[in-house]
Ligand binder design. Structure first.
Ligand SMILES: O=C[C@H](O)COP(=O)(O)O
Length: 395
């Protein structure tokens, strides 16, 4: 289950975050750069105030990539008792040396390597961090005024980071000026946590104080793990809004058609040899029948984002050459139908460079009985309640 990390400046904001249901309290000074460190005493006071009610982390700062500087700062922060120490790795020839310098500390403290989507991150360092004992790796953005995570690391490139980190046993975090509409687009990658600061502040201005209302709105978009023994009064309509438990949705509300039209991408596709080794323009038209969760949609909790459809298409296309239009259509339909609120989907795949206008295929696929997913969720919920206490990678 993906957890929510909130970057806070100290005790007062930590309490706002805890009250809003945040899972990880991250100490950071948003006025001191992308990874601005807060004073050691502030970290100590906040860790003491949180007193184990939540996991805690703290950043080392935008430090030069000098092994001894990095090691000394990380040791100092680890001594405050935080659960995780976040170390920023900026482009340099010294990354491997900095990672190695932290290996002794990594043996006794959970270190998170922070890479930056807007600074051409080299994910070849992920196995290096793992070798040196890091607990996890995350991608953030360094230049907060220059776009969000997905502007620099598009959805189709996220699996390269997540899968690579996971294959080396690293916990995975995603952050970088994330906003509410980013959340349903990132949850399918099942990161261990999503990190926020800007979206938790008034006017999304990360240097202003944390807003309880903003924290709550972001929290509501990330399904919380049902705590063992939690009361059964889970708001299934809200879970449905996040793509869970369609069975709990009021059948009277019916479905809406969410569509993507004339989405043209360069695609490596075709069975003929002359179609290999290059791309051709392919137009996608997709219409999904999505269970409604309210007749008064107010925010991202209540909608199914068409971005999810486009991300699904981009992710499939990024995998490489596809022989048949039919295969491409089936793959897109299957990925869109994975979303629990999608009941059926029509997919049209059209090659635009081969025929008089276009040639291709159109399919419609319906989800297998929705009871399966409802049964699945209630079974999951029951299992979570019974579970004595699952060890999370981030906990
Ligand atoms: O990981 C948490 C970061 O502090 C995210 O900050 P941001 O949302 O302002 O990019």
């Amino acid at each position: 289950m993906t957890k929510m990390l909130a970057s806070v400046t100290g005790v007062a904001e930590a309490e706002i975050a805890i009250s809003g249901g945040v899972d990880i309290i991250d100490l950071k000074d948003p006025k001191a750069g992308a990874l601005g460190a807060v004073a050691i005493d502030t970290i100590r006071q906040t860790v003491s105030s949180v007193a184990g009610r939540r996991a805690t982390s703290a950043v080392c700062g935008d430090l030069p990539m000098e092994p001894e500087i990095i090691r000394a700062k990380a040791e100092e922060i680890a001594a405050t008792g935080v659960d995780f120490v976040k170390v920023g790795f900026f482009p340099s020839g010294n990354i491997a040396a900095c990672s190695a310098a932290l290996a002794p500390l990594a043996a006794r403290t959970k270190l998170i390597a922070v890479m930056f989507a807007d600074l051409a991150p080299d994910f070849e360092f992920l196995p290096v961090f793992a070798k040196d004992g890091f607990h996890g790796a995350m991608v953030d953005t360094a230049q907060k005024a220059k776009g969000r995570l997905l502007d620099h690391l598009p959805p189709e490139r996220i699996p390269a980071f997540v899968d690579r980190a996971r294959s080396h046993g690293l916990a995975v975090g995603l952050s970088g000026s994330l906003e509410a509409p980013d959340i349903p687009r990132l949850l399918p990658f099942a990161p261990d946590f999503l990190g926020f600061r800007g979206a938790l502040c008034d006017q999304s201005e990360r240097t202003t104080p944390l807003s309880a209302e903003a924290v709550s709105q972001i929290r509501d978009l990330i399904p919380e793990e049902l705590q063992p023994g939690a009361p059964s009064t889970v708001d299934y309509r809200l879970l449905a809004a996040r793509g869970y438990s369609p069975g709990a949705v009021d059948p009277v509300l019916g479905t809406d058609k969410i569509f993507v039209r004339d989405f043209v991408l360069p695609v490596e596709i075709g069975a003929y040899s002359f179609e290999h080794g290059h791309t051709q323009k392919v137009r996608f038209d997709v219409t999904a029948d999505v269970l409604r969760v309210t007749d008064h949609p107010e925010d991202m909790r209540h909608v199914f984002s068409y971005d999810i459809i486009m991300d699904a298409i981009r992710t499939i296309v990024a995998k490489g050459h596809v022989q048949l239009s039919e295969t491409l259509a089936e793959d897109v339909a299957a990925l869109v139908l994975e979303h629990p609120r999608v009941m059926s989907v029509a997919v049209r795949v059209e090659k635009l460079e081969l025929g008089p206008g276009g040639v291709g295929v159109e399919i419609e696929r319906r989800k297998a009985k929705q009871q399966a997913s409802t049964t699945r969720l209630s079974a999951e919920a029951d299992a979570l309640r019974r579970r004595p206490g699952k060890k999370d990678l981030i906990s």
